[in-house]
Write a protein that binds this ligand. Structure first.
Ligand code: ARG
Length: 270
């Protein structure tokens, strides 16, 4: 039903890519020998922030730290549900120090941060989706962390196994459209997880490999507008048919690090 989707105002936490770079390779997209254009990255990122604000969303920033080139990927720092913050424990030693400035930001903003005991990469692998939290595993976040997340929030956690190293975080293969529905790329998941998704979401919007490699599933939805990579044209078309409004934002420079729109965006859910 085009026109019937309702946007909800969101609060996002982001980190300026002033120190963005590809210095190590912890996913198949990263090629440290290929240069990154930081001024282009900054322009693309500022366009994303301006677009969020133009659509009525609140955007807050954490100060970027030199020597932490992946700190721009705010989604990995935590998952926040009903004003409660479950922090991160990064798999890569290079990223572990990112927890410190993010935790300081949350504390200054009045939140306590729960520390995971096992590897857990925030909204990269944990997608709050209405009545439950979808949780990826296979490359980064562990099953043990899924149990911790369920215990901490008291919300059912649905574990999903990722099988394609190009889609190493759940948020590269799936995003929540609203409380009721998701979009995803089935082949990124194990056969059993695919079946789970098909049972939970019989009306899901399915993406092709082309949509997924264009970072089309690394999108942010406010319930109506879907901030999406411009090259994911097939997926954008299917979203429009379902009454969502695709808002293309190009973060191509971040794809070199294996990230896109959602990776740059932490949602603070109150
Ligand atoms: N280079 C980063 C990593 O591999 C990219 C993180 C992308 N973030 C995300 N939420 N998928 O950890």
């Amino acid at each position: 039903m085009p026109g019937s989707r309702v946007a909800r105002r969101r609060r996002y936490l982001v980190c300026e890519p002033r120190h963005f770079a590809v210095r190590y390779a912890i996913n198949p997209w990263m090629r440290p020998d290929r240069p990154v254009d930081v001024s282009l990255a900054l322009r693309q990122w500022r366009t994303l922030i301006a677009t969020y604000r133009d659509h009525g969303h609140t955007v807050e920033t954490v100060k970027p730290e030199p020597g932490l080139p992946d700190m721009v990927f705010a989604a990995n720092a935590a998952v926040v549900v009903e004003g409660r913050v479950f922090g991160s424990r990064y798999l890569a030693p290079e990223r572990r120090p990112e927890s410190v400035p993010y935790e300081a930001w949350f504390k200054a903003a009045g939140y306590d941060v729960q520390h995971p005991a096992s590897v857990c990469e925030g909204e990269g692998d944990l997608v709050p989706a209405g009545r439950w939290i979808l949780a990826g595993t296979g490359f980064r976040t562990t099953r043990e962390a899924h149990r911790e997340v369920q215990e901490f929030f008291g919300v059912p956690v649905i574990g999903l196994t990722l099988v394609d190293p190009y889609f190493y975080h759940l948020d590269t293969a799936l995003f929540a459209l609203d409380e009721e529905n998701v979009a995803y790329y089935p082949e990124a998941f194990s056969p059993g997880s695919r079946e789970v998704l098909a049972r939970l979401y019989p009306d899901a919007v399915l993406a092709t490999r082309a949509d997924a490699t264009a970072f089309g599933l690394n999108s942010v939805s406010d319930g109506r507008h879907v901030f999406i990579a411009p090259e994911a044209t097939g997926l954008a078309g299917r979203l429009a048919e379902r009454g969502y409004v695709p808002v293309p934002v190009d973060l191509s420079e971040f794809h070199k690090a294996g990230g896109g729109i959602k990776c740059c965006t932490q949602e603070i859910r109150s």
